[in-house]
Every structure is written in C-alpha cells, then in structure tokens.
Design a protein around this ligand. Structure first.
Ligand code: UD1
Length: 371
C-alpha cells in the first residue's frame, strides 16, 4: 500500500532539530513507502531555542506539540512520557525515531518500546563514561532498548557491541548533524552576522556554555569567566548565552562584570544560520557542547572543550578538539598553545560527508522490504 509505513520523528530540545531535519527530508522523498510525522515535545520552547531552527532549517511545522516545558529531570521525563504515550496510542506509528541524548530522547524511546512500537536511535553509541552527565544515562538507556541503532563513528559501534547490543541492529551511517551543516553552509556566505558583532573573519573566538557541571556551580563558572575576560583583551569573544547560563550569571553578579568588557560580546541564543556563520569564521571555539565539537571539526576550526571528557573522541583524534577541563589553569594552557602554536592539521572523520540520512533511509527501505 502506498505510504503505508508511518514513521514518527521526535524532537524536543535545540540540538535535536538539526538531527531530525536531514532524515525527515530524505524520507519524504519516498511517499510511496513512508508517511512521516514530527512530534515536538516542547522541552525547549523559547522562540530562539526552537522556532528559529524550524525557519532556518525549513522544517515542517510539528504535527503535534506536547508543550512539556522545563522541570526537574523526573518531572520533565515523566511529562514527556505521559503526553507521548497518548500520541502513540492514538497514532500507532510503525517506527519511532529518536535522536541525540536529551531527556525527550530517552522518554519517548521508553514509551514507544513499552507499547511494542519499534524504536530507531540516530546518534547511537556515544559514551562519555561520565555518569554525572544526565545525557550519559539517556544515551545508555535509549541504546539498550532501540531496535535500530544508527551510529556516527566506528568507536560508537564498538561501545554498543561491548554493551551486548546485537551487531545486526547497529548501522554505521555517519553524522546526520553534518548532513545538515553541509546543506546549510552555502546560506551563510553572505550573512551579515560578523558585521553585526563588529568582528572580522579569523579574529574572534566563539564561546558557548550550558552544562550544569560548568554553569550551575558559581565557583566553576566564575573561574571560566575570569579566563575569558583575560582572553577577550587579546581576541574578542562572542558568547551566545544559553538560558540556564544567563540565569546563573545574573544570580552570581557576574553579568555586570562581563558587561564592562567591550570585547566580551554577550548575546541571546542564536539561530542555526547565525551560529554556523560564527563557528565557521572563528579563530577558535570554546565550548562544552557536544554538537559544536563536531561542527568545528568539519569546518576545520580548532576547538577547546571545557570538559574533562567527551563522548565524541573522534573529534580529538581528527586533530580539531582538545579537552581542557573546566579549571582556569587547564583552559589558559589550551588557549595559550592554540594562540602561539601552529594551526592544527584537521581531518574529516569517516562518513561525515553529508550522506548519513541517505544511508539511514536505505536501511529503513531494506528493513521494511525484508522485515
Ligand atoms: C538540554 C539537554 C542537553 C542539551 C541542551 C541544549 C537534557 C538532560 N539536557 O539541557 O543535553 O545539550 O538541552 O540546549 O535533556 N530554558 C528556557 N527556555 C527554553 C528551554 C529551557 O528558559 O526554551 C531554561 C529553563 O529554565 C530550564 C533550563 O533552561 O530549566 C534548562 O533547560 P533543560 O531543557 O532542562 O536543560 P538544558 O540545560 O537546556
């Protein structure tokens, strides 16, 4: 029957939207086989954390918006599960596709699985081995119950096999977020983002921070900010501030101190295209985001990660990324060596070629032809 397989995608938080767009758009090229649905859980809800990505990525409006909002981990996860269960019961999709590692990812995977609906996880197998990260819990739980696991790197396959996941469920397809990046990059060519911030290409750093381990502890946050104020005297810094971080900066009184540094430029969270423009042209990226480590790698921009570990070691092996921890000495040393050393030779990881979504759709075609 034409379009008989109903594939339901879930997106909830900012880093999900660019991972959903490529496979959704690719599946829509096969209406004779697939019908797609997009469910937005509402984990992120501010216009600059959500709507702007739908515009920039030309994503279709979600078929349903669950409006779960913020809360503790248990509250948020529970609200997603209750709301998503109703959707699944009413719609009975043939497959639920979850992406990444946010609370919505795990909540929807568990919900679908308990209704005996098959689950596919895109970006499976990443491991930081840091159980203080809520995302690590989300990753391990989601992978343990997924029927199809699409991985972005070979080491992810190894992680899954080590955890006892049957190899026939694992497909190394490459990185869908890089599909999105390569598709959108031409749109950034004539964007005025740099002019708006008064910087020129190669002469500024881009900073992002949002991990609880960096921003929820005022001592850690103030140590990082101190080093950034020093750097801003040499190299302007643009910092799009995540809502979690802006609350903490306000509470700790750090916001006023930063505002006195003209070359430390703070801004609200940016949309996809502005952020991509800023990443592409930066001298360096300073971040605790997983996605930015990958984007910097593909764009050939050196990245300093303000964490002790990464679930994306392929970015370190590629020569793009170094782990500096979140203490001032480590961050200072990493910045110093980037500013004073030779520019690293950066390699593009295997299958980060813009075709991951095509490979995923091939697998799904095969799955339904023979499954
Ligand atoms: C979530 C994900 C994290 C991801 C990040 C990207 C989990 C466990 N964490 O973290 O993996 O890297 O998104 O941004 O799923 N808030 C707003 N407006 C919004 C959304 C949130 O103001 O649109 C504020 C709320 O005060 C909220 C806080 O930000 O309490 C944190 O939001 P939440 O979704 O709980 O976690 P993130 O830190 O955004």
């Amino acid at each position: 029957m034409a379009g008989s397989k109903k594939i339901m995608f879930v997106a909830g938080a900012r880093p999900n939207f660019m991972k959903v767009a490529p496979p959704l758009q690719e599946l829509r090229k096969h209406p004779e086989v697939f019908r797609t649905r997009l469910i937005h859980t509402g984990q992120h809800y501010d216009a600059e954390m959500s709507d702007v990505f739908f515009r920039d990525l030309e994503l279709p409006r979600p078929d349903q918006f669950l409006g779960v909002g913020s809360g503790s981990h248990a509250e948020q996860t529970a609200r997603v599960m209750v709301a998503f269960e109703r959707v699944c019961v009413a719609e009975r999709p043939h497959l639920v596709v979850v992406v990444g590692d946010v609370n919505s990812t795990m909540a929807c995977a568990i919900t679908a699985k308990k209704l005996c609906i098959p689950v596919a996880h895109i970006e499976a197998g990443l491991r930081s081995r840091d159980w203080t990260m809520p995302e690590e819990v989300n990753r391990v739980v989601t992978d343990a119950i997924s029927d199809l696991l699409f991985t972005p790197a070979r080491e992810a396959d190894d992680n899954l096999v080590r955890e006892g996941i049957p190899p026939e469920r694992i497909y190394f397809v490459g990185n869908v977020m890089i599909d999105c990046l390569l598709a959108q990059l031409p749109k950034t060519e004539h964007r005025d983002t740099l002019q708006r911030f008064g910087v020129t290409a190669g002469n500024y750093a881009t900073l992002t921070l949002h991990r609880p381990s960096n921003v929820d502890d005022p001592e850690v946050l103030s140590g990082i900010v101190e080093v950034m104020m020093e750097l801003s005297r040499q190299l302007p810094i643009i910092w799009p501030i995540h809502p979690r971080s802006s609350k903490m900066l306000e509470q700790s009184g750090l916001l006023d101190r930063i505002a006195r540094h003209a070359d430390f430029k703070l801004t609200d969270p940016l949309g996809y295209l502005d952020m991509l423009t800023l990443t592409h042209r930066a001298r360096m990226i300073l971040t605790d985001s997983g996605g930015l480590q990958e984007e910097a790698t593909v764009l050939g921009v050196p990245c300093i990660t303000l964490r002790q570990n990464t679930e994306r070691p392929v970015t370190v092996a590629a020569g793009a990324n170094r782990l500096a921890g979140n203490q001032p000495e480590g961050i200072r040393a990493a910045i110093h060596s980037l500013l004073n050393g030779t520019r690293p030779n950066i390699l593009i990881p295997e299958l980060w070629d813009g075709k991951a979504a095509v490979r995923i759709v091939d697998v799904l075609m095969h799955f339904y032809a023979h499954g």
